[in-house]
Write a protein that binds this ligand. Structure first.
Ligand code: GLN
Length: 476
């Protein structure tokens, strides 16, 4: 096995034992990036010089006989909507093409304290709007398992980098499934933490009441280590929770005896691919054999989740994206007066999907429609939250498909936005309810594409879904 295919914890052991050096590891990953990046396209920017210099510093530390952290010297990718001081952060948008943040996002700052090696900033759908990475303002990312297929999105670059050996782990963001769905499409592990568990400070805002930074890794153990690095209260984000953060590596125990797992019947209905359904049900059987109790449950408002999400998220996006006016942030396209300049800037620099969402959002918020659309969506959001509260009275975790299908072909859905939106049915309810979810690989389709299931946890209970995911991984 090549070094770039190993997990972070395997590489950590090799580094600490001085069997490999961080310089050697980084050079191998960068050489692999040079080999495959023109096919996969996982990155917007590769931070080669920084990576090489940082690896050298880690090696010096090891040679002094010092102990290194779990992620020290491990090559990683960071989604390009997470601000990195002095490193271009574009959100895959032409409007931020030359934006170099003067500060770090808290999550990246915390991660950097562990001294991983940043290989680059990962491609994504523009402003995280999409589920295929085809909406990037720069290029499409391809699925390493099949280059004709999408890697999912919007954190498609992060997931493709980890699956394709271009990074060992990655940070992504998830507003309606953008960590879990690409993780599932690329055959890796993706965790969206509870809303507020990880600071959003320095995450370029898409829909602020839904956005959450999380992890994309090769296995559950790496997920626990990256979560340990990034979770926790931040006074710079008033929505970040002050709840104590457990040591997530304590959840790396293979035991689900007595665990009550709910299977929501609404997640196994029309539109779900037969092979996906079969794999997820097989995973339920595996859990049962390992001593868990499987209980059929109902989340009755699931059907309304897509419409609710596609009102709330665009409404928040329309508001958040007002700041890109050619004055305070990003690109400017001149005009004959200020209004003309703003119009030209936004017309030329935003992509089609971003414009569509701004229009939907402003429409839903406009006088006369506000009550009928936005306010109603907020009420239905509460009903969806209550569905989960009720369900969690009887079960500890919920098991469902991550996405209704495996990765689809590039170009297959891009001309039909509604079809693309419907893909998010299994992931958006968690964001609306603020709950944590982890996507875990559970097999392959007959055409060789990964399938993933999702474990949904109670608010702030990442520990239990990590433990269940770990148990499955160890026994599969
Ligand atoms: N696919 C969803 C959307 O387009 C989710 C995106 C996300 O989680 N950032 O909004």
């Amino acid at each position: 096995m090549k070094l770039y295919e190993k997990t972070a914890h395997e590489l950590h052991d090799l580094l600490q034992a001085k069997e490999i050096s961080a310089t050697e590891l980084t050079a191998e990953v960068l050489a692999h990036v040079d080999e495959v990046e023109n096919k996969i396209g996982a990155y917007i920017e590769i931070t080669r010089d920084k990576a090489t210099a940082d690896a050298k510093a880690v090696d010096e530390k090891i040679s002094r006989g010092e102990k290194i952290s779990a992620l020290e010297g491990i090559p990683c990718a960071v989604k390009d909507n997470i601000c990195t001081k002095g490193i271009r952060t574009t959100c895959a948008s032409k409007i931020l093409e030359n934006f170099v943040p003067p500060y770090d996002a808290t999550a990246y700052n915390k991660l950097s304290a562990q001294n991983p090696i940043l290989i680059g900033k990962a491609n994504m759908d523009e402003f995280a709007m999409g589920g295929s990475t085809e909406n990037s303002g720069f290029h499409v990312t391809r699925n390493p398992h099949n280059l004709d297929c999408v890697p999912g999105g919007s954190s498609g670059g992060s997931a493709a980098a980890v699956a394709g050996g271009e990074a060992v782990f990655a940070l992504g963001s998830d507003t309606g499934g953008s960590i879990r769905q690409p993780a599932s499409f690329c055959g890796v592990v993706g965790l969206k933490p509870t809303y507020g568990r990880v600071s959003r400070y320095g995450l370029v805002a898409y829909a602020s009441s839904l956005d959450q930074i999380g992890t994309i890794t090769r296995d559950v153990e790496d997920c626990a280590n990256v979560m340990n690095a990034i979770a926790g209260h931040d006074e710079m984000d008033s929505t970040s929770t002050a709840a104590p953060v457990p040591d997530f590596t304590k959840s790396l125990v293979a035991d689900v005896k007595g665990l009550k797992i709910g299977l929501p019947k609404e997640y196994f209905v029309k539109g779900i691919d037969g092979e996906v359904e079969k794999s997820v049900r097989k995973a339920a059987e595996t859990f049962e054999k390992l001593g868990a109790e499987i209980i059929e449950i109902s989340l009755p408002h699931t059907d309304y989740a897509i419409s609710t999400y596609y009102l709330i998220a665009p409404a928040e996006a329309a508001t958040n994206l007002e700041r890109y006016d050619g004055v305070s942030y990003g690109a400017r396209v001149n005009g004959i007066d200020v209004v003309d300049m703003m119009t030209n800037t936004r017309t030329e620099k935003f992509g089609a999907e971003v414009k569509r969402r701004i229009m939907i959002g402003n429409y839903a918020l406009s006088a006369g429609y506000y009550d009928a659309y936005y306010l109603k969506a907020l009420k239905v959001r509460t009903l969806i939250q209550r569905d989960f509260i009720d369900a969690f009275k009887n079960v500890d975790v919920i098991l469902a498909p991550t996405a209704p299908t495996a990765a689809f072909k590039i170009g297959e859905m891009i001309s039909d936005p509604l079809k693309m939106y419907l893909q998010d049915i299994c992931t958006v309810p968690l964001n609306l309810a603020g709950l944590p979810g982890i996507s875990v690989p559970c097999g392959m389709t007959s055409s060789g594409l990964p399938i993933g299931f999702q474990l949904i946890g109670k608010a702030l209970d990442e520990a239990t879904i990590i433990k269940a995911a770990y148990t499955y991984e160890k026994n599969n």
